[in-house]
Design a binder for this molecule. Structure first.
Ligand SMILES: [Zn+2]
Length: 452
């Protein structure tokens, strides 16, 4: 069996100690610091660490972060690879094959290996324009495309329908591709479709996207069609609880968030949202009060890396930058969606780089959540392949997670904290949702016997 997640650019610490190819060599690794570590179905690949003493300088955070990125499960709540492929198809171009190095995009196998990424949730994104117009078929096609990635590279990728499967994939050195559906439009008003999509491997549903739909209101839509969830939306949440699909509150209006917390009997996630504290008044992010309530219900907020999500000032600067670019293209007499327009935009952008956040800004959001509710309720939801050129300096693609871990280490967060942030917290929610579903299903099957 291959060693898990060994990237071509190497683990400096492990290689330096000659441990890259054998876990049996040398003394056994130190006992895990907490029970959840030993519960993992894989041996620790961390080299034995000497006791700290005064003669020993503290380990270089860069090397330590690089090692931890490959030792811990990194789970990302939102990666838009399926949409990236679908968009190419719509444009009549061959989609990128992410099982090889790709020139464009934020994700491919090699970069995922380099960054230590183990479980990117593939976003089954169905645009609001498909509401009532074939949304289910679009979702099915995107799910097929994720299955096709696994079929093309079964030694590197695997589907993951449960936390246990995900951990087994990790132990076998495979990158899991769990799936979340962004937009409830494919439910198409039929509760049976919730179980249908569970059967296809969907493990969270973002109830709405940028427009109110038949399930829920959206934070981007001013209509407030239902004043939160629709009555059918409440049934959808209950059914998701019953079958074991996580409810994702990203994109929802504040009223819909309230309704979800009232109706859901299992903890929920925000798969790709950041802190409204840094973007005052922007409903797409979560307020401090919402984060407190999400955490009190056992949930997790997964921080979005897009610059527009990270800073209100940057949002304003980026808007101004965009207006300047548009004015430039207009003056040149070219439309951006033409080859000439693309070239003109690229040339102008090279001289006028778009304002962007940094990896430190993402760490600020993580630390803000920690300051509010502790370290057990925050995770990662990059939106890679979804937020275009707005990714922060130092977090440009999936090879860069070690950079974020480094900043967190430098700010004093230890291995156990990083384990939760990198993926453990979301795995806990996923497990709780699965346990709740099993208990609910057992209760239903037991009931008739109880009356006999
Ligand atoms: Zn989104």
């Amino acid at each position: 069996m291959r060693l898990p997640s060994l990237p071509s650019l190497a683990l400096p610490i492990a290689v330096g100690l000659g441990l890259a190819c054998g876990e049996s060599a040398g003394p056994p690794p130190p006992a895990p610091a907490e029970p959840s570590v030993s519960a993992k179905a894989e041996p620790s690949r961390e080299p034995p660490r000497p006791e700290p003493n005064e003669a020993m300088p503290p380990p270089d955070p860069r090397l330590r972060a690089e090692a931890l990125a490959h030792e811990l499960i990194i789970l990302d709540g939102h990666v838009d690879v399926p949409w990236r492929m679908e968009e190419a198809r719509e444009a009549g171009k061959p989609p990128d094959d992410v099982t090889r190095a790709t020139e464009g995009g934020d994700f491919d196998l090699l970069r995922a290996r380099a960054g230590g990424l183990d479980a990117p949730f593939m976003s089954i994104y169905v645009a609001p324009r498909f509401e009532g117009k074939g949304a289910k078929a679009v979702a099915d096609r995107l799910i097929d495309s994720v299955e096709a990635i696994v079929a093309r590279a079964p030694d590197d990728f695997a589907l993951a329908r449960s936390p246990a499967e995900l951990r087994a994939n990790f132990a076998a050195g495979k990158i899991s591709l769990p799936m979340g559906m962004e937009n409830g439009a494919p439910i198409e008003g039929d509760l049976a479709n919730v179980a249908y999509f569970h059967g296809r491997g969907i493990r969270y549903i973002t109830l709405a996207h940028s427009k109110d739909n038949h399930i829920s209101d959206s934070s981007y839509d001013d209509r407030h069609t239902h004043g939160g969830l629709s009555p059918f939306g409440e049934q959808v949440v209950a059914e998701m609880n019953r079958v074991g699909i996580m409810v994702d509150v990203s994109h929802l209006s504040d009223e819909a968030f309230d309704d979800v917390l009232r109706v859901s009997q299992a903890p929920v996630i925000a798969s790709h949202s950041s802190c409204r504290h840094f973007t005052p008044g922007w409903e797409r992010n979560m307020s401090d009060e919402m984060i407190r309530r999400l955490a009190a219900a056992g949930g997790v907020i997964q921080i979005n890396f897009g610059s527009d999500f990270l800073s209100g000032e940057l949002r304003a600067e980026r808007k101004a930058w965009r207006a300047e670019l548009d004015a430039h293209l207009k003056a040149q007499g070219v439309a951006e969606d033409t080859p000439e327009g693309e070239a003109a935009a690229a040339a102008w952008s090279a001289d006028h780089p778009a304002p962007r956040a940094t990896v430190e800004t993402v760490a600020d959001h993580i630390e803000h959540v920690i300051s509010l509710v502790g370290v057990d309720h925050v995770g990662l939801g990059s939106d890679f392949d979804g937020v275009g050129d707005s990714l922060p300096q130092g977090l440009e693609d999936v090879s860069r997670y070690p950079n974020l871990l480094r900043v967190l280490l430098e700010r004093g967060h230890g291995r156990d904290e990083l384990e939760g942030i990198a993926g453990g917290n979301v795995l806990r929610v996923w497990q709780a949702v699965e346990d709740h579903a099993h208990a609910a299903q057992r209760a239903t099957t037991k009931d008739p016997a109880a009356h006999r």
